[in-house]
Design a protein around this ligand. Sequence first.
Ligand code: NAG
Ligand code: NAG
Ligand code: NAG
Ligand code: NAG
Ligand code: NAG
Ligand code: NAG
Ligand code: NAG
Ligand code: NAG
Length: 268
Amino acid sequence: MNPSLLPSKFWLLLVSLFLIFSTKYVFGNSFLSCSYRPSCGSIQEIGYPFWGLGRPESCGYPDPGFELHCNRGVLEIRIKDATYGVLEINNSSEILTVSRIDYGDGICPTPLINSTFQNSPFQDNGSSIPIWLYYDCPTVPENLTLTPLVSNPFECSTSDRNTTGYYVKGDFRGTPIGDYLGLCADSVILPLSITEVGLFEGNRPDPEALEEAARLGFDLVWSANDTWCHECLNEGGECGHILGTGDLICYNSTSSPGTSSFYLRYVC
Ligand SMILES: *[C@@H]1O[C@H](CO)[C@@H](O)[C@H](O)[C@H]1NC(C)=O
Ligand SMILES: *[C@@H]1O[C@H](CO)[C@@H](O)[C@H](O)[C@H]1NC(C)=O
Ligand SMILES: *[C@@H]1O[C@H](CO)[C@@H](O)[C@H](O)[C@H]1NC(C)=O
Ligand SMILES: *[C@@H]1O[C@H](CO)[C@@H](O)[C@H](O)[C@H]1NC(C)=O
Ligand SMILES: *[C@@H]1O[C@H](CO)[C@@H](O)[C@H](O)[C@H]1NC(C)=O
Ligand SMILES: *[C@@H]1O[C@H](CO)[C@@H](O)[C@H](O)[C@H]1NC(C)=O
Ligand SMILES: *[C@@H]1O[C@H](CO)[C@@H](O)[C@H](O)[C@H]1NC(C)=O
Ligand SMILES: *[C@@H]1O[C@H](CO)[C@@H](O)[C@H](O)[C@H]1NC(C)=O
């Protein structure tokens, strides 16, 4: 008997078996790990396009913006520089209701951070308006009258200084009020739900009104180019993506690896 033939066939067989089983293992495992639906606080059964909370990144839409965290029972998402609490996820309208975590317990957080959504998968959908907050403002000039669109003053205290701020609805740049507000040391843009900005009607609003409105949150619509994934989910599959390439992938529960796109792409 040829002494080298048997070992080479043996190794070929072993490598083939390894490829088949490892593929099956990876494939089955992806379906299982992506079918995990974590909950956090009042938000139940979190699924695609989100990941985090034990759902691997490969189980979400290929954009790091869809990562969620659960922080002591509060579902959180980071969009650009700011962290938001997620109050509601509506899958069918693809709307996320969020509120700024740092404005949850006061109008004077540190550091001061703008809410921005450029280059993120989340966008304002016309249901919020930006409120401008001005911090550390000089005394109002005697000949300047503030309109009801400028709030009553609020105080921010640090260990060494107390400062005065205002929040305003609308853009006053190029007007005497805008010139005055431009002298304030800092400004922040904060979206509020359109249903809450009635707080500017009638009397000039007080800081408590803004805190209340900030806690109620506002809507953001998410955009993902993933029609194909909806078909996958509707047919009982789990959608995700291939890390690195960002290609969407449908993990099917019962399919054999021999017919899956995963197998075709990576093993053949
Ligand atoms: C949203 O859709 C996914 C995928 O169909 C589903 O698993 C999940 O339970 C739904 N709900 C939430 C809150 O994500
Ligand atoms: C999701 O949004 C749709 C369309 O706006 C609405 O009809 C539906 O009631 C919402 N679902 C939940 C659970 O709020
Ligand atoms: C809000 O989102 C819905 C669904 O994505 C869209 O049909 C509608 O035109 C959007 N409204 C605005 C004002 O952008
Ligand atoms: C208010 O008074 C200042 C000087 O104290 C002057 O520079 C400014 O133009 C005045 N503004 C208005 C709106 O009259
Ligand atoms: C800031 O204001 C508080 C109360 O309004 C006062 O007790 C404190 O002494 C003030 N701090 C400074 C540095 O003025
Ligand atoms: C927020 O944005 C405004 C307008 O772009 C800018 O003037 C301001 O400095 C920004 N504030 C912070 C804290 O980054
Ligand atoms: C959406 O994805 C498809 C492939 O999955 C691609 O051909 C198309 O260009 C994408 N569209 C946008 C707007 O990115
Ligand atoms: C997996 O599901 C997708 C979407 O339903 C389907 O197009 C594909 O053929 C399925 N793959 C296998 C191997 O069954």
